[in-house]
Design a protein around this ligand. Sequence first.
Ligand SMILES: [Zn+2]
Length: 203
Amino acid sequence: MLLASETLDGLPAPVPLATGAARSPESCPALVLNADFRPLSYFPLSVWSWQDAIKAVFQDRVNIVSEYDRVVRSPTCAMRLPSVISLKTFVKPARQPAFTRFNVFLRDRFRCQYCGASQDLTFDHLIPRSRGGRTTWTNVVTACSPCNLKKGGHLPSQCGMTPARRPMQPTVQELHNNGRLFPQNYLHESWQDYLYWDSELEP
Ligand SMILES: [Zn+2]
């Protein structure tokens, strides 16, 4: 089973600004596509380090779809780092999105569910943990710090604070739709052709 590299909150580290051949190899991650040329995963985006990508190339597990200008050399060979690779064997995509901090924010469109603020965001447990509330899709909402503080250990009914939308587990499609509203700014240009190509065309 192939898994994308784990990253904090499902976000790859920001890519430094160096471009072209001067990029450090560390700023050359590879976008990983499934055998059908869709990203293996969107949230988190399936991205491998250059080392993992090259290893997979030599193990004949992936095809190189696109490359960076950056070349790495060993005593016996030189190769351009892959920027997009596709798996040779189709992996069944996960049907349910991962329960991550990033995906909760994305479900709630990066808005406090109490006042609509988009700054200083954190998480609120509808039923506070001190009262047995669990950390689940249906009990965690995006909240700004002031609202989070105000609500404190109260139940929604006690403090009159109810979220704009009842929290549910989102579908992968819902996260895709919201993801298009919040384009990720660290993408290499060679990745663009493979992201959201399945989005519906505007009439
Ligand atoms: Zn708020």
